[in-house]
Design a binder for this molecule. Sequence first.
Ligand code: PRP
Length: 176
Amino acid sequence: MSKNLVHLISQTEIVSTTKRLALKIDRDYQDRPLVLVGILKGSFVFLADLVRKLNIPLENIEFMRLSSYGSSMMSSGRAKITMSPPAEAIAGKDIILVEDIVDTGITTDTAIQYIQNFQPASVRLCALLDKPSRRQVPVQIDYLGFTVEDLFIVGYGIDFDQKYRQLPDIYYLEEE
Ligand code: PRP
């Protein structure tokens, strides 16, 4: 079964939205050293663009990797953590988790709960895309780019079978 790429969000829209989010983060963390934690792999493009639009000096950039697919996740409501920042990078720090997309919410919720174990000063969430129609676990998104319908999103870091991450725009896949 072949799939068509259908254009959804342009680079121009992504740039202006990322600027808007960066401005808000700049204002909120003016006097608070901030640590960003990118959720791999999907967030790598968004994170790279977001950090270059921030004016505040970041204390650190860390990464976490979780695997959100597989039947085990569906039954447990948990994603598997396969890479995480060292405890000392989190303890006592103001953290923003950076996600490309929140779908069921399981990945983000797992990441937030894990980070909370290390007693950060605060944890907030920045997500480029939100697909609320698919939510299984409630998630509060403090800095949100776009809300999208229940579509198979690819591009700008987001994959289908590891492909399409390199596309500069955001698309959805439509079955022919
Ligand atoms: C995707 C995406 C989010 C997560 C959202 O990652 O990047 O991290 O799924 O889904 P959820 O809200 O239903 O948990 P994926 O697990 O596909 O890994 P990847 O980022 O390495 O592509």
